[in-house]
Design a protein around this ligand. Sequence first.
Ligand code: PGA
Length: 265
Amino acid sequence: MRKLVCAGNWKMHKTAREAADFVKIFLPLAQAVPDRVEIVLCPPFTALAAVSKLLTTGRVRLGAQDMHWERGGAFTGAISAPMLCDLGVHYVIVGHSERREYFGETDETVRLKTAAALQNELTPIVAVGETLAIRDTGKTADHVIAQTRAALEGLNAAQIARILLAYEPIWAIGTGRNCDPAQANAVMSAIRSCMPALNDVPILYGGSVKAENIAAYTAQPQIDGGLVGGASLDPIVFAQLCTAADAPRHGSVPDPARGPSTSSG
Ligand code: PGA
């Protein structure tokens, strides 16, 4: 069975002190989350050291939101994989749609970053997703498959087995407008079937995931957790979400009549 992962992407939120305050409340709550759920926190670069210092037990893993593909050099403002490793970082998000949209991230830079993360023993969480315009033309699967192939080009099966994917429909991010879980499952199924090496790779769903709707996603056979923005900023809410993610795999299947929450945040 593929592992279940809940990753909190804090984006440009929380100072180092605010991040430490979150972790102090969150860690005891995380002890009550079933061990099967891998919990990842991705604070901004400036809070990584403060969070790392508090994550001593390994129950909660540290992730970064981006990185440069070079080990070092004249790249003002950039952060390299060795710098992240030095702070105890295990995961790194690569190709988030906000990086693609606002910071010039391309399929080629996503490929370079994915390869560099693997070379440095970091686990890349490679994000793909379509705009509403692409969805409306019925080309969602083609688009995300092309993004996935581009990101993984040149990697062998053993390397691909070490990554995570995140499918995040762009129109669902931060909007409170959820993708229907069955539709997200179908897109992930298409992604997975484009490369045999993706069979065992966890694929997370992202886009307005909440504690109330995560189980509707993880109840789907292709969905292995969530990449969570807004709902990861509160320690109590995020701990509830991590626990709820596990429920469908271990007994308490959510009532499908309730469907996913549509509340925004
Ligand atoms: P959201 O963000 O949960 O706030 O929609 C998800 C993401 O961008 O990873």
